[in-house]
Design a binder for this molecule. Structure first.
Ligand code: F0G
Length: 457
């Protein structure tokens, strides 16, 4: 696999601390074997998330200086609206402070208590907001998403026949909303095809159900369509984006991913003035006045610029190429992961690497700890450890997949950093049989993975 050289040069650097294994052993123990408890200063390569961790360009930093900090009617707000209207071809846009804020404002406008909300896969915060409304989140992803070893170009797709069957089973009036998550983060950053978005929207229209997009990684999804779907090789990324968004009525976006800002979010509404009026109404008490939506003027400015930078085809080629490089090197070494790699991350198959660790001793978490001890790399478990206990029985739930996610920040790390990751995994593989599982000493009732205290067995 060839590394795609960076389409930029480095103008500013942030020094990293080099640490020893003994030092990391001490720090991990002090963090109760929970990677969220580590100080970032003690991390060498931070692959915990690609959210808000990207590097802004010099143009974005220049925008930070020219941002208009007026409370109402700011120039930066108008600039952001213009960019959003141009890119998505929607009439209305509303800035908010991050993706889950977009969910908090928009979802209650569309979904009622007792209804079902169907997605190819809900992201955790989306599922949380659906639950807060008193509605039920249902995931209907294609079954191939669970086969980690077979190539399929669009493992993030909605299972359209199953979607329609489900709507008929529960009754269309009980389905409040369909959410298409692009790319499908929980399935490993896997893309959704244009044909699938179109078919899903056709089902939504047939039954009169509103469809929205969770657009956190929409640009990466568009790039995959250009690469993999017939008929799109010569279509510009921005035109692919416009077509994708034509198959929805609204979107929520965490701009901390593909729009390459450290903080920001966006709601888009295709043409419903009624919905836009409701969204403005809830934005004010939750996020602040309509023309800043929980962000500083400089953030709005950086976001307006970042939306376009995230669509640049040379940038996307490098970005996806970087993740593919890491996946390709791991494949050469016989280290299993969700294949093909997604847009923003490599999801290591911890069950395959540590087959002797049962699900209730958390192989994904054990691998995350091991990566930190080995080379100061921070990743996270996306497996049984992430799943909370069964609320009814109090038993540990078993995840179908035991992943350790290596999420790649945008424009931050170089080829040599990825080689460090590969080397660390080669070393871990050699002594895999010696690695033990973990037990939980203390956990909070919900979202335990952020704060639980663990101990090696
Ligand atoms: N939707 C998706 C698909 C996401 O991946 C995220 C965040 C959100 C919504 C929420 O956005 O964080 O700006 O409030 N994902 C991050 C991650 C946190 O690490 O995957 P937010």
């Amino acid at each position: 696999v060839k590394y795609v050289a960076e389409p930029f040069k480095i103008k500013m650097v942030e020094p990293l601390k080099m640490t020893t294994r003994e030092y990391r052993e001490e720090k991990l123990k002090a963090a109760n074997y929970n990677v969220f408890g580590l100080d970032s200063d003690d991390v060498y390569i931070d692959l915990l998330t690609d959210s808000g961790t990207g590097a802004m360009s010099d143009t974005q930093w220049a925008g930070i200086m020219t941002g208009d900090e007026s409370y109402a009617g700011a120039r930066s707000y108008r600039r952001l609206l213009k960019a959003a209207q141009d890119i998505f071809n929607y009439k209305y846009a509303q800035p908010v402070h991050q993706g889950r804020a977009a969910e908090q404002v928009l979802l209650p406008c569309l979904l009622k208590k007792g209804q079902k909300c169907i997605s190819n896969m809900h992201f955790d915060t989306t599922r949380g907001h659906v639950g807060l409304i008193g509605a039920r989140a249902v995931d209907i992803v294609v079954p191939e998403a669970k086969d980690t070893q077979t190539y399929m170009p669009f493992k993030g797709n909605m299972d359209v026949p199953r979607l329609e069957a489900y709507i008929n089973e529960v009754g269309a009036e009980n389905v409040g909303l369909i959410i298409m998550t692009i790319t499908n983060n929980s399935a490993g950053g896997q893309p959704v095809s244009m044909a699938n978005m179109k078919a899903t929207k056709a089902v939504a229209d047939k039954y009169g159900i509103t469809m929205i997009i969770d657009a956190a990684r929409y640009a990466e999804n568009a790039y995959f369509i250009k690469q993999r779907e017939e008929g799109y090789a010569d279509v510009e990324i921005i035109d692919i984006v416009r077509e994708m968004f034509s198959y929805a009525d609204a979107f929520t976006m965490s701009a901390k991913k593909d729009a390459i800002v450290n903080m920001g979010g966006l709601i888009g509404i295709k043409d419903s003035e009624e919905l836009y009026t409701k969204v403005k109404g809830w934005t004010i008490p939750y996020e602040g006045f309509v023309t800043y939506g929980g962000l500083a003027g400089r953030d709005l400015e950086a976001l307006a610029i970042g939306l376009y930078e995230g669509l640049d085809k040379d940038y996307l080629r490098y970005r996806i190429g970087q993740v593919e490089y890491l996946g390709g090197r791991l494949m050469e070494e016989g280290i299993a992961f969700q294949y093909p790699v997604g847009g923003h991350a490599v999801f290591l198959d911890a069950k395959a690497l540590l087959p002797h660790i049962p699900y209730n001793e958390f192989p994904g978490q054990a691998l995350a700890c091991e990566l930190y001890l080995e080379a100061g790399i921070r990743s996270c478990d996306i497996g049984s450890y992430l799943l909370d206990l069964d609320p009814e029985t109090g038993e540990q739930l078993q995840s179908e997949m035991e992943f350790t996610r290596l999420a790649i920040p945008r424009r931050v790390y170089t080829q040599a950093h990825f080689d460090v990751v590969v080397e660390a995994l080669i070393n871990i593989k050699k002594r895999a049989h010696e690695i033990t599982g973990y037990k939980i000493l203390w956990q909070p009732p919900v979202l335990r993975h952020f704060t639980a205290k663990l101990e090696p067995i």
